[in-house]
Design a protein around this ligand. Sequence first.
Ligand code: 13P
Length: 282
Amino acid sequence: MINSNEIFKKAVIEKYAIPQFNITNLEWIKYILEKCEELKSPVILGASEGAIKYMGGYNVVYSIVNAMIKDLNIRIPVVLHLDHGTSVDSCKKAIDAGFTSVMIDSSKNILEENIRITKEVVEYALKRNVSIEAEVGSIGGIEDNISANIRYADVNECIKFVEETGVTSLAPALGTVHGFYKGELNIDFERMKKIKESVKVPLVLHGGTGVNDYLIKESVNIGISKINIDTELKSAWNEAVRNFIGVNKTEYDPRKIISSGEEAIKNVIDKKINLFGSKNKA
Ligand code: 13P
């Protein structure tokens, strides 16, 4: 496993986006690694605090990913990344367990506080060769069927934030939200361009689910170097498994039930990697 700085260099120069696929369990890790290996795409495995808790803890997640890379003979570059770490402590736990990248998300705080907390993580992470992503503005979510809590990133705040913290990548809020879009999606491309021109670190787009192909391509053209996908994998798996159970009413083997969603997950991965341009870039 490597940190994300190494794969970002090539992505920035050649203008494609590295996929971050969020992991949920052992099967997700296996399907993502297998498909990315087949397509020769570098990959960032994103683990949220919730997913880490679900799987048993930071060490469990690191151990599964590490062992899977070995046993499946995975050759592509793989980054294990803490997604939306909510505290310095959480980032330190991930780093100590062997994660090669962390996101500290202190974006709910005012800028000065966001800078202070992020700096603490940067100091700890850099000494251990771990890359650090952080958020400026606030990427929203879906609440009551509408996009909620978006606070677009301010260009000057982004410049100040990157300079003062030393983060190695930046996730500015540009209009995307986590989850499926119910209301209108309004990506601010002008703002994206200005931020891209003003900061030196690679830019990350969160909330990749449900963003149409045209908008993704436009984002990659402007210079987004990493796009996060979570909900779309879960949703594709969910639909396939419901169909399977509906037809195979007497099946009780969890291996057959869980893996009935494998193809659906791999199809989403295939589509995203072709769209992001990261195929054959490993
Ligand atoms: P989606 O759930 O919209 O795919 O967003 C994922 C994400 O940004 C994780 O940080």
